[in-house]
Design a protein around this ligand. Sequence first.
Ligand code: ADP
Ligand code: G3P
Length: 499
Amino acid sequence: MTPPYILAIDQGTTSSRALIVDRTGAIVGLGQQPLTQYYPQPGWVEHDPEEIWTTTLDAIGVALAQAGLAFGDLACIGLTNQRETAVVWERATGAPVHRAIVWQDRRTAGICEDVRSAGEEERVRQATGLTLDPYFTGTKLTWLFRHDPELHRQARLGEICAGTVDAWLIWKLTGGASFLTDFTNASRTLLFNVKRGRWDDGLLDLFEVPRAALPAAAPSQSRFGFTSEEQFGSRVPITGAAGDQQAALFGQGGFAPGVAKNTYGTGCFLLSNAGRKAAVPETGLLLSLGAGAGPQGPEYVIEGSVFVAGALVQWMRDELGLIAQSADIEPLAASVPDTAGVVIVPAFTGLGAPDWDPHARGAILGLTRGVTKAHLARAALEAIALSSAELIEVMNESLPEPIRELRVDGGAAVNDLLMQLQADFAGIPVLRPQSTETTALGAAYLAGLTAGIWSSIDEVAELWRPERVFEPRLGSAERHRRLREWRRAVERTLGWAAS
Ligand SMILES: Nc1ncnc2c1ncn2[C@@H]1O[C@H](COP(=O)(O)OP(=O)(O)O)[C@@H](O)[C@H]1O
Ligand SMILES: O=P(O)(O)OC[C@H](O)CO
């Protein structure tokens, strides 16, 4: 253990985690607490904001105990979080007024369609870099305010705070002293102008979100305040914050254009550093702000988000009972040489990039009498790899140079078969770093750079080391055949739930 120590908080969709990172980038303590998922109606997904906070606190306690450190031993804190999820609370008391509406929640598909019918899609896309989809925070706030006019009135008066999970946790960590969000999270709200780097008044009007309810936005490497002495016994500075996918790109050394990473968690998030050019892709991908924004101005990322990846494995485990643990999918899938023609499209919550169809629903195609659960397991891993491979092809159209290698992380990146399938279907090497905790490391690097623990990006870049490289083994013709078959399968799921 090499001091100083950084606390990296990684508040994810399914769990809250805390990691203690030392000067060498080693993880010397780790705490993790699962988070309850609420599904009040089909297509709705909620979290309890208080539980987001208490699980975070518990995870911090476990991480510190494991490292043998006290809270006061921490030099600084870096925060990273599930993005887009909307949290609304009372400014006076800090009490949440509603459950958090999670990024996966589809309840605002109708609101998105109304905005689209009003001809506003292109204006929204050019200002925010995002597509009109229930995924993003903006329409979740529209929904909350429409459903509670009194809340809307209070929000206009500045009595309500509305933000993403980073804003909520910064507020809680600082005992209500800081109401701040970072640029990367703000760039996922549909309310933030990514070209101007500020909230967009026209979009606030369009989505009926009062400016008085929103936090101030700051670059990821900023001073976000100090922890409350009353709660923690010490004032530790929060010196970095970023949405988890931008943090992961940073943790993967994605400091310059051309580096791409894919995170395999609940969903899959493919991000590529796009440098300082703010061109919105035309191909169903998103333009967002990157964590590397510094004094020279903002840095952009191009992103393709797949909503369901590891969640498909979870579904096979929890709902179908095909496996006992997520890791069991690998030997089961490896017990057969192919899927026997089965293709699974896990459009459980609609489809993200590049189709953006909230009405798509999942399908298992190509079933025959001989299909076993092993074929289904293999088809599940192939679905994760094929959806990402297709996104790489699409992303290449928006990049000056095609992606040459893919850096990977996230809970499902430990799956060797999945990584091999990814290399095969993408046709490029897949590089898995020694530490797949790149999201938390990204937050730690951001915080440590601001606090002066590392003096430059170059110093941080040296901490990234590959653990294993998966080389592509599939011929080009077969690879293209599989991608075409995947596209045919996806097209069968589009619009399914629309009528
Ligand atoms: N060995 C494995 N093979 C495939 N999927 C896995 C494996 N281990 C975990 N997963 C999946 O990875 C996801 C957890 O990854 P994680 O990065 O912790 O997710 P999140 O940050 O979205 O909560 C779960 O959906 C789980 O099913
Ligand atoms: O919590 P994760 O890792 O599933 O990531 C969630 C993403 O930020 C959603 O955009």
